[in-house]
Design a protein around this ligand. Structure first.
Ligand code: 13P
Length: 249
């Protein structure tokens, strides 16, 4: 059975005090849930977040990492540094990293390979832009993103991969993909993986939806067969909203 996951990507938000406060509220109010619940605070607050959540089931993720082991890469963070402070999952491929920091599929393939080699779990993000959807190219774009960054992996690596389909036009815009659009794409993603690998690998991988998931639309999106949870931006910054989304799974 693949995992259900609700994950919060805090992006460049929350200072140390705000981080501690939000984590305390989340862990105090976390409902009994079958879902894995994860949060990705900023790098500077990761270590403290791991400490604060020590006795909680909420897991801490990083928002990015570099593909090199160590060395002269000013401003970068390695897989070993994350593991060393108790972070076991890293988000890679977020559309904001692709759009604002020039991350390409080729670069992401290196990051994914290094993260897996080191034993991190990878939450891999991908999704089409608005003009690509309007032109009817969204399936092709998504297929290419998956193929370029992930389809050199061996079969066993897939147990450490979580996919997050995030159509760029739905991120931070208040416009969500409809539950039907999400299901259609998630089913396509699963079929593409089944063709490249096997039915069992495709069945086991969790595929999250991300893009303006809010308490009022989460349940309908999560009810779709191939949607295994969500990667939440804005609504993950407010404890009650994020917890309502956790409750919707
Ligand atoms: P929003 O939920 O703010 O649209 O952000 C989604 C996202 O980018 C999560 O990684």
């Amino acid at each position: 059975m693949r995992s259900k996951i609700v994950a919060g990507n805090w992006k460049m938000n929350k200072n140390l005090e705000e981080t501690e406060k939000l984590l305390a509220e989340l862990s105090a109010k976390l409902p009994n849930t079958e879902a894995e619940v994860m949060v990705a605070p900023t790098f500077v607050n990761l270590s403290r977040s791991v400490q604060v959540l020590e006795s909680s089931t909420i897991q801490v993720m990083a928002q990015n990492m570099h593909f090199e082991e160590s060395g002269a890469f000013t401003g970068e963070i390695s897989a070993d540094m994350l593991l060393n402070i108790g972070v076991e999952t890293v988000i890679l491929g977020h559309s904001e990293r692709r759009a604002y920091f020039g991350e390409t599929d080729e670069l992401l393939a290196k990051k994914v390979a290094k993260a897996l080699e080191k034993g991190l779990r990878v939450m891999f993000c991908f999704g089409e832009e608005l003009d690509e959807r309007k032109a009817g190219n969204h399936f092709k774009v998504v297929e290419t993103q998956l193929k370029n960054a992930l389809f050199s992996l061996d079969n066993s690596s897939w147990s450490s991969i979580v996919l997050a389909y995030e159509p760029v036009w739905a991120i931070g815009t208040g416009e969500t993909a409809s539950p039907e659009q999400a299901q259609e794409m998630h089913a396509f993603i699963r079929k593409t993986i089944a063709e490249a690998y096997s039915n069992s690998i495709a069945d086991e991988v969790s595929i999250l939806y991300g893009g303006s998931v809010k308490p009022n639309n989460a349940q309908e999106i999560f009810s779709k067969t191939d949607v295994d949870g969500g990667l939440i931006g804005g609504a993950s910054l407010v404890a009650d909203d994020f917890l309502a989304i956790v409750n919707a799974i």
